[in-house]
Ligand binder design. Structure first.
Ligand code: NDP
Length: 363
């Protein structure tokens, strides 16, 4: 029997700016049959991430290709020794309902397909707090910036997938934590629910002044997710010995000139001007998979299971909504890690939606 595989393809290399309807094409085609060493998997959750827009804008993803994306899936047919029918897996299957996994298929940025145990954590967390986003937060904060108890840590896009983990880890490490977010309800959430000491809105006409009041002793560690005007507002507040992790520049991803490529130089310039000895780190999570993924999974798994780190997800039901959800995320209309529920998760106990909205995916 033929299985239908609804999917999204990139319709064109987007000209500039942010996603529009003409960028994506929804199609269906028969799902592939697994060859020797391969399995066919049904997508449960699809991760939507800002970097996907960079791939589309830059031509890395070509028109006609199935849109790229990391996924959690269940194996439905297998000719593989590694993946048995019924297994839950993490892999990179893209914006489609079915896909193959096997040698050389489904790997991206050194993150290889692996099986998941739903008894350890809800499956969707493999795309967030216990996946690439959590490792990004861990690598930038803990490995690159090594915050010390009592230091002031600032993180932008503080309620998002990466930002919420950065801030909570910094709090657990004994730091004073200040978030930067957009809407007031996001600021309230990171302050009151996630335990940040303060959160300022980048929509304030005086962001620099707000930061000065929130960080009276200056900033020791800055985790950058946004770039642009937010980065400019943060620059004056660095202290001697400050460390910056340049994780992302989402405000610039719609630009035609490749974005805020000068941020590292401007940070270095500001440091020279103020005679500061600062460390500016560019972050690429793929560089930390081999060296830190095991350590990260052990530490983060403990924090999450103990309820010390909470994790909010923004789940959009239905693959057909992927472009809408993607645009919302890029425009700040998400609230937590953005996911698409593609097909039913058989391990969902029915209370998952409530826990997601409460920021407690595990409780
Ligand atoms: P988020 O869940 O944080 O979603 C993006 C958020 O960015 C929005 O919710 C919005 O939050 C904020 N934002 C968007 N546009 C602007 C703007 N113009 N000014 C200020 N804030 C804006 O996304 P992720 O957690 O998935 O990603 C966070 C960052 O981490 C991204 O820059 C991403 O590219 C980067 N990243 C980098 C990796 C690496 O290896 N270096 C790996 C993974 C992610 P708000 O409403 O609060 O403004």
């Amino acid at each position: 029997m033929t299985t239908d595989n609804p999917h999204w393809r990139l319709a064109r290399t987007p000209p500039s700016g942010w996603p529009t309807d003409g960028d994506f094409d929804f199609n269906t085609a028969p799902a592939a049959d697994p060859g020797s060493g391969q399995a066919l998997a049904r997508t449960l959750y699809l991760s939507l991430d800002p970097y996907q827009w960079g791939r589309r804008r830059s031509g890395t993803e070509q028109p006609g290709e199935v849109c790229h994306g990391r996924t959690v899936s269940q194996v439905v047919a297998s000719r593989s020794d590694r993946f048995a029918e019924g297994d839950f897996i993490f892999h990179t299957n893209g914006w489609q309902t079915f896909g193959l996994v096997g040698d050389g298929i489904g790997c991206f940025n050194y993150m290889y397909p692996r099986t998941l145990d739903p008894a350890q954590a809800p499956l969707s967390t493999a795309l967030g707090v216990l996946g690439m986003l959590g490792l990004t937060a861990y690598a930038g904060l803990v490995v690159q910036c090594a915050p010390q108890a009592g230091e002031t840590v600032v993180v932008s896009a503080a309620s998002g997938g990466v930002g919420q983990v950065v801030g909570q880890m910094a709090r657990l490490l004994g730091c004073r934590v200040v978030g930067i977010a957009g809407a007031e309800h996001k600021c309230t959430y990171v302050r009151d629910d996630l335990g940040f000491d303060a959160c300022v809105s980048h929509q304030s006409p005086d962001l620099t002044g707000e930061l000065r009041r929130a960080c009276p002793d200056g900033i020791d560690v800055y985790f950058e997710n946004v770039g642009g005007a937010v980065f400019e507002a943060v620059l004056p507040h660095f202290r001697q010995g400050a460390r910056i992790s340049l994780c992302g520049m989402i405000s610039q991803y719609g630009n035609t000139d490749g974005g805020d490529a000068g941020a590292a130089w401007r940070a270095a310039g500001a440091a020279t001007f103020k005679r500061l000895d600062m460390g500016v780190h560019n972050l690429f999570v793929g560089n930390y998979v081999d060296s830190h993924q095991d350590e990260f999974l052990a530490r983060m798994g403990d924090w999450v299971r103990a309820g010390e780190i909470r994790y909010r997800e923004d789940l959009w039901q239905g693959l057909e909504r992927a472009p809408e959800a993607f645009s919302a995320m890029l425009g700040g209309r998400n609230f937590g890690k953005t996911l698409v529920g593609v097909t039913e998760d058989p391990t969902d106990d029915g209370d998952a939606a409530q826990r997601r909205a409460a920021g407690n995916t595990l409780g």
